[in-house]
Design a protein around this ligand. Structure first.
Ligand code: HEC
Length: 128
């Protein structure tokens, strides 16, 4: 079985089973995703944040690939926070992503933004 098939099956199992939340997708090399990311965001954004979750196939445009540093690093924390809090339409993107402001508090959103930042290649360098 290819690695991609195994990964896809793992993410489907995660969504269907809801077991092992917070552990899948993390290893010594990768930072551990906040539990909220694994719960709310993985179905679309995928366990590694590549925009390849099980629900992504049906979406156009695709969920953002957080490992695409070229795009992601140009986005400000304020923009990412706004999308998570108020939905993608709040940043003039497609309306496909709902708002999570009622499900995540400000600290949880901050943690999720930090996690998303940690996935970027090349690495995200915060502006001083
Ligand atoms: C229903 C699927 C879906 C879910 C669930 C979802 N997203 Fe998204 N997300 C999208 C799509 C689609 C886009 C791209 C919108 C576009 O390009 O117009 C997006 C874009 C984004 C962006 C990019 C903003 C930018 O500046 O380009 C961020 C950040 C983001 N999502 C974070 C999250 C987080 C954090 C969660 C969980 C709390 C989450 N998303 C849950 C579908 C989803």
């Amino acid at each position: 079985m290819s690695r991609i098939t195994v990964r896809a099956m793992a993410s489907v199992a995660l969504v269907l089973g809801g077991i092992g939340i917070g552990t899948v997708g993390s290893s010594d090399a990768e930072p551990k995703a906040p539990e909220k990311f694994m719960t709310f965001c993985v179905p679309c954004h995928g366990p590694a944040g590549k925009g390849d979750g099980p629900a992504a196939a049906a979406l156009n445009p695709k969920p953002r690939n957080f490992t695409d540093g070229k795009y992601m690093n140009a986005r400000t924390d304020a923009q990412l926070t706004n999308v998570i809090k108020n939905g993608s339409a709040a940043e003039q993107l497609s309306p496909l992503m709902a708002s999570y402001g009622s499900m995540l508090n400000n600290q949880e959103i901050k943690d999720v933004v930090g996690y998303i930042r940690s996935l970027a290649v090349p690495k995200y360098q915060p502006k001083k």
